[in-house]
Write a protein that binds this ligand. Sequence first.
Ligand code: SAH
Ligand code: SF4
Ligand code: F3S
Length: 486
Amino acid sequence: MENIIKDIDIISAEEAQACDYKTTEDENTGKSKKLYIESYGCQMNFSDSEIVASIMKDNGFDTTSDFGQADVIFLNTCSIREKAELTVRKRLSQFNNIKKNKPELTIGVLGCMAERLKEKLLEEEKLVDVVVGPDAYRDLPNLVSEAEEGNKGVNTFLSREETYADISPVRLNSNGVSAFISIMRGCDNMCSFCVVPFTRGRERSRDPHSIVKEAQELFDRGFKEVTLLGQNVDSYKWSPEENNKARLNKKEDAVSTVINFAHLLEMVAQISPSLRVRFSTSHPKDITDDVLYTMKKYDNICKYIHLPVQSGNSRVLEMMNRTYDREWYLERVSKIREILGEECGISSDMIAGFCTETEEEHQDTLSLMDIVKYDFSYMFYYSERPGTLAAKKYVDDIPLDVKKKRLNDIIQKQSKLSEERNKLDIGKIQEILIEGESKRSGDQLKGRNSANKVVIIAKGNLKKGDYARVKITDCTPATLFGEVVA
Ligand code: SAH
Ligand code: SF4
Ligand code: F3S
């Protein structure tokens, strides 16, 4: 308890924005029970919740947006920073209060926190019934029915094979226009600050044909955009060895050559010129020229790359075990500009105040931002995670106020750069895909351009899912405004 109180003190205003979650929608297909899922963390987790909903649907559950109606509540959790875990702990204590009045309610903790803490979660959170890691979701119906009999359960087995390739996700919170497709799971990179390799296990790629099939089905249902997801999409690899396994399982369309990410991107892009393709996340050490040329070749592959740098200083990058240095990163950015031009959107993740970072090294991050001119960044201060290489090898020695000051410098810098980049778009004609009504006004629509920027336009005769050609007329650091042109 003491620990938690101390930790709450360090939550900064900047980090509060990072604790968004998504819930399930109301689905009434006549199933006897109701499932409520709340998802935290990255897109991979949101995508996993769609797999979980699908598994539970086959076992008698409709989803609900009202946890008061639910027979089962799942929290799909994130461990990436201490703050992410604290948010979940607080939420659990609220659900536990509900359970006191409704003992038949089953509460499950899924995802990365489940994987990290395992049985400990059952000890610490007395009203939790099931704890299930990211590779064990097929076991959920079984664990839930055991819990209904009063038997608590934990399954945090990490697999080298599981990709849930055969499971057709239930599209939660979908605008009906864009959807996520997981193309790989896990991460083998071992960045020293990062808990993901421990919570998500070894890297494995999903059968390319199941990916193309899923994208085709989405397109046939009216979706216009897919985002291919992985912690490190550039290391996607479907090898003949895996292919042999597929053959043994008698999959008819088994492939005969190694498929890398550039190939996969092309396969998905070829489904239709009116299906946009995006992807995330690219690792600077792995993004190849082939991927960039494939992006150039297809108009429907969006010109946007999320290329997290973490730090602009080579010594810090080495301690982070990112396996590239400042020069390598800047060379990759030059290549993006050379092949895809100035208009390609580039975004990043930054960590301020990593172990031993000096003020001068922090300035290197700011100067790198000036060189790259990111359109957008996700910015954090370093949060030590138990069990990671950095937690074992280094002292978390940068005082919190210094971390916060450096983070603030980075945020200020990014805000200026975002505005600068957005201003360059004014006067240009761009194609946007309309995602729905703008939050601010029912008379306006919200779309996205190829570079992943939100563009607001007047409604006119357009609707969700339409493509429109717009002239950009104005901007803020976060948004573009445009007018439809013929
Ligand atoms: N696979 C992606 C990142 C996934 S985690 C990549 O390699 O780029 C998302 C982001 O969270 C990271 O890019 C990093 O900026 C941030 N992050 C991860 N661990 C962190 C930690 N211990 N403290 C602060 N930020 C962290
Ligand atoms: Fe974490 Fe690094 Fe893997 Fe990204 S590449 S998930 S930061 S270990
Ligand atoms: Fe969080 Fe796990 Fe994603 S730690 S960022 S939910 S992979």
